[in-house]
Design a protein around this ligand. Structure first.
Ligand code: DAH
Length: 339
């Protein structure tokens, strides 16, 4: 009998559970009214006298062990339940972390920044709400200059001097006012124009401005820089510069990159010519340098400006510019795999 009790003590010692029902069953089995311990106590009077002492100690040990076990497991279970209430189920596996994706505009912008930073250009920024001086006048576009009409402007009604910048060329002016040559900077940012919204154009879009000012900068430097850029960006090194007009550069040019005519899309995109216009550029007009307190006798430089949205449409085969600002998750999620 004593052997049997010792086995039960062992059973009690090794018992464990996470669940209330099992613990209750365990309690009833040992300490319940009709439980084992009471049975053993009932047996006490049948035990031989010389064994009573050992027998009594054994059942007591079993009784204490069973009660302690129930008490400690109960406390464990209760404290686990309390934690669940406070923090939720701590043993539950965590939610998978949903990875976001970069916006196609950011992807293209970052690529452009990367390409120019490799040849020593830093990144500069300016405000989107701009004054007349930085957006127009300092860029050789005085009041009543007809070229102001090239860019339909959103003015702040209460103050005709304040407007939403129509191009990132305004950052050129700010950068030259606040820095001395040599200057090599690119300025990405959002710009605004009062244009009808369609698949091809929007009232806000994004540009990157480039500016290089130093002693003896020539048009050949400009061309070489642009050729480096198109090779890195598009894998196309054939470019052509068409004479054009911008008030802030002289001479000015429009840059076309030779895309080729290999596929039907090439035909469509280039309207059958193989050439694609990607940016405007030129040698910074001496008047602009003067306006920014840089001596045109000592320094010269080039500038260029390109639209980020157009490049994103081109590279990712997006057919409608409005997709870029609608924030449709089904559209944006497609860029997950692109870094
Ligand atoms: N600011 C011009 C635009 O918005 C683009 C541009 C053309 C920028 C020639 C330049 C430049 O810096 O030299 O259309």
């Amino acid at each position: 009998m004593i052997e049997k009790i010792k086995e039960y003590i062992e059973e009690v010692d090794t018992f464990t559970t996470n669940n209330k029902e099992d613990l209750e069953a365990f309690r009833i089995k040992f300490s319940g009214k009709k439980g084992l311990i009471n049975d053993f106590f009932a047996e006490f009077r049948n035990v031989a006298n010389d064994q009573k002492k050992e027998y009594g100690q054994a059942i007591n040990a079993l009784k204490v062990a069973a009660e302690e076990k129930v008490k400690s497991l109960k406390e464990d279970l209760e404290s686990k339940e309390e934690e669940k209430g406070k923090y939720g189920d701590l043993t539950r596996p965590s939610e998978p972390i949903a990875l976001g994706s970069r916006h196609p505009i950011s992807l293209v912008k970052n690529q452009i920044i990367d390409i120019f930073s490799r040849i020593g250009f830093n990144v500069s920024e300016g405000p989107e709400i701009e004054d007349d001086w930085h957006n127009f006048t300092a860029l050789n576009l005085p009041e009543y200059h007809p070229a102001r009409d090239m860019q339909d402007t959103f003015f702040v009604q209460t103050n005709p001097d304040i407007l939403l910048r129509t191009h990132t060329s305004s950052v050129q002016v700010r950068y030259m006012e606040n820095n001395t040559p040599p200057i090599r900077t690119i300025s990405p940012g959002r710009v605004y124009r009062n244009e009808a919204i369609s698949a091809r154009s929007h009232c806000f879009f994004h540009q990157v401005e480039g500016l290089y000012i130093d002693k003896d900068v020539s048009f050949a430097d400009l061309k070489q820089t642009l050729q480096y850029f198109t090779t890195e960006m598009f894998g196309k090194s054939k470019i052509r510069l068409r004479p054009s007009y911008f008030p802030f550069t002289e001479p000015s040019a429009e840059v076309d990159v030779y895309w080729g005519l290999e596929t039907e899309t090439d035909y469509k995109m280039t309207k059958g010519t193989g050439w694609l216009e990607i940016m405007g550029c030129g040698m910074v007009d001496p008047n602009v340098l003067k306006n920014c307190n840089i001596d045109p006798q000592e320094y010269s430089g080039f500038a260029f400006g390109m639209g980020i949205d157009r490049i994103a449409l081109l590279l990712y085969g997006i057919s409608d510019i409005r997709m870029l600002s609608e924030n449709d998750m089904r559209f944006l999620e497609q860029f997950k795999s692109v870094l």
